[in-house]
Design a protein around this ligand. Sequence first.
Ligand SMILES: Nc1nc2c(ncn2[C@@H]2O[C@H](COP(=O)(O)OP(=O)(O)OP(=O)(O)O)[C@@H](O)[C@H]2O)c(=O)[nH]1
Ligand SMILES: [Mg+2]
Length: 343
Amino acid sequence: MFSFFKKKPVAPEAPAAPVVAPTPAEAPAAIQVPDLLPIEEPAEKKQSWMARLKAGLSKTSNNLSILFVGAKIDDDLYDELEAALLMSDAGVDATEYLLDALKRKVKENKLLDAAAVKAALKQLLIELLTPLQHPFELGRHTPTVMMISGVNGAGKTTTIGKLAKHMQTHGQSVLLAAGDTFRAAAREQLMVWGQRNNITVISQASGDPAAVSFDAVQSGKAKGVDVVMIDTAGRLPTQLHLMEELKKVQRVIGKGMDGAPHETLLVIDGNTGQNALAQVKAFDDALKLTGLVITKLDGTAKGGILAAIARVRPVPVYFIGVGEKIEDLQPFVAAEFVEALLG
Ligand SMILES: Nc1nc2c(ncn2[C@@H]2O[C@H](COP(=O)(O)OP(=O)(O)OP(=O)(O)O)[C@@H](O)[C@H]2O)c(=O)[nH]1
Ligand SMILES: [Mg+2]
């Protein structure tokens, strides 16, 4: 089932939790989060999740599906498919790759009807996106330190809130750091949220994000919490001094704990279009990302951006979001996503 969290060796308040260098033989078993759905009513929740994902991606799925209705397999179909893929934010590289692979497949398998070609495209998309699918692992370190970055308004703080609640549900203790010291309101937003949800939030009025992050890691270690999540202020990759500041935050986190941050995530707004790819490249160049979270796939997002990421900068996509409720954030599953796009 979905309870990888639950397998964590129960060691409440065990200060003696061994801080062992994680050699393969000695490292505690990783805790995966293949599915963050609440354990109760998984089938119902899953259904509503898929419905929301499908609704979110309906523009692209309509554009793609209509092409195959009673279509002849000819150059016109490929041209239209090319246009639809480009419009879906897949980008030139992934679009060309998919078209070439599809043409080859059609030839090799002598596919004659449109439904078979659509099925072949679906399969190719699943193959393209599957390498992005990665279970999110916890439990290799105590605490697991996560740093969350992204442009302004991408959904960083909301995602942290959702993840924290999912983790709590699965018995993980969580500590948050209000590393967004840019805006006082941001700090307060997280503090209030933390109080409501019984989660400690480390914050400082001083306005130094690196110092807050360092404190949070220290405090997380001292308290033996399972997860420390560090929020950061939104910034554009073109704001070079702010990117430098982010690198510094990451370095200082490493001073607080060897090997930390264990996860450096980039949160992307799914509606950003091709610019999302530029964001992935820039943040990855600066921080060496370990994973992505793609939010707002319930809006006007077209979904093809994942194909672009898979081709050009395949950073794992841990989670995707289709709304503001806690269950609206789920692990990325390639087959599910493609089903929503081309089902
Ligand atoms: N529809 C929808 N809205 C979302 C989703 N995730 C976040 N939001 C909304 O996006 C807005 C911005 O979210 P925040 O979490 O504050 O974004 P942020 O990246 O922390 O923003 P800054 O700290 O200002 O850079 C809020 O109104 C969220 O409710 C999602 O998956 N779907
Ligand atoms: Mg924020």
